[in-house]
Design a protein around this ligand. Structure first.
Ligand code: ATP
Ligand code: MG
Length: 251
C-alpha cells in the first residue's frame, strides 16, 4: 500500500498520512481533513502513539453504552472513511448499530463517494445500513449545512459515536440529549470535553479496541453494562490523558 518498510519508526504515522492523501485523491476526504490529521498526529506523538490505560477504559465504557443503546448510530466523516472504513463496519455489526455518513463540509459527491466506499468495505454483506443521503432531519442550533442529518439515523439515535467531530456539532448533539462517544486525540478539544465518553486515542487503535470490548461484553447482563458506564468518569479520563501529555510519563 505504501513504500515504507514496517520497521520504519514512523511507519504507522506515514501509513496514516498516506491513507488520508489517498482519501483526498479518491474524493472522500476534504482538504480540511489533511489539517485535522496533522493536528491529531501531534497529539498522538505526545501520547507515545499508544493506547493509554484511561483510553482503554473509555473504549470499554463506549462498548457498554453501544450495547445498551436502543438506537446506536456511528457517524462517519471523510477522515474516518479514509482511515477505518472496514473497522467501522465491523464495530457496527458487533453492536447492532447503523452507520451514518455525516460531513462538516457536505457535498453530494463526497456523500456518495463515502457511501460507495463503505459498501466496498463490506457494509451490505455485514447487514449494516448506511444512512446520510436522506438528509431529512436537523440538529437544532446549527446553520443549515452543518445541521443536516437523517431523521431515522442520528436524528433519532440515543447513543452516537462521533469520531473526530467538530466541537460545535458535538455540543449541539449533546444539547439534543444524545449520549455522545467522541474519539479525539486532543483532550482539550471541545468535542472531547462535551462527550459522555471521550476516548483520547488514535481512531486507528480506538475503533478495533471498542469492537474487541464489545465482543467480550456481548454476553454481559444489562446490570453489568450499566455498572461499567456508571463507573466511567469523563473528567477523570480527560485529566489522565492531559497528565500523560504534560508529564511525558508512560502511564
Ligand atoms: P474544537 O476544539 O472545537 O473541538 P478542533 O479545532 O479540534 O475543534 P478540528 O481540527 O476540526 O477541530 O478537529 C480535528 C480533531 O480530530 C483534532 O482535535 C485532532 O486531534 C483529532 N484527530 C485528527 N486525526 C485523528 C485520529 N486519527 N484519531 C483521533 N483523533 C484525531
Ligand atoms: Mg475538536
Amino acid at each position: 500500500e505504501i513504500d515504507v518498510p514496517e520497521s520504519h519508526p514512523r511507519y504507522q504515522s506515514l501509513l496514516t498520512r498516506h491513507r488520508i492523501e489517498a482519501g483526498v485523491e479518491k474524493g472522500i476526504t476534504s482538504k480540511q481533513g489533511l489539517i485535522a490529521e496533522g493536528r491529531g498526529e501531534a497529539f498522538d506523538y505526545l501520547l507515545g502513539e499508544r493506547t493509554i490505560a484511561s483510553a482503554d477504559e473509555a473504549a470499554r465504557a463506549a462498548a457498554a453504552l453501544l450495547l445498551l443503546a436502543e438506537r446506536p448510530v456511528l457517524s462517519v466523516n471523510g477522515n474516518v472513511a479514509a482511515l477505518v472504513p472496514g473497522e467501522m463496519i465491523d464495530l457496527a455489526a458487533a453492536v447492532g448499530a447503523d452507520v451514518e455518513v455525516n460531513l462538516f463540509n457536505r457535498t453530494d459527491e463526497r456523500m456518495r463517494a463515502i457511501v460507495d466506499h463503505l459498501r466496498e468495505h463490506g457494509a451490505d454483506d455485514a447487514g449494516v445500513p448506511i444512512k446520510g443521503l436522506a438528509a431529512d432531519g436537523r440538529i437544532p442550533g446549527l446553520d443549515h449545512e452543518r445541521a443536516t442529518v437523517d431523521a431515522d439515523g442520528i436524528g433519532s439515535a440515543d447513543v452516537v459515536l462521533v469520531p473526530l467531530e467538530d466541537g460545535d456539532r458535538a455540543e449541539a448533539l449533546s444539547a439534543m440529549g444524545k449520549t455522545e462517544i467522541v474519539i479525539d486525540l486532543n483532550p482539550l478539544s471541545r468535542s472531547a470535553q462535551t462527550a459522555a465518553v471521550p476516548i483520547v486515542d488514535n481512531i486507528l487503535r480506538a475503533i478495533p479496541n471498542i469492537t474487541e470490548h464489545a465482543r467480550e461484553l456481548s454476553a454481559a447482563s444489562d446490570e453489568e453494562l450499566e455498572r461499567i458506564v456508571r463507573e466511567f468518569d469523563p473528567e477523570r479520563a480527560l485529566a489522565a490523558a492531559e497528565d500523560v501529555i504534560r508529564s511525558g510519563d508512560l502511564d
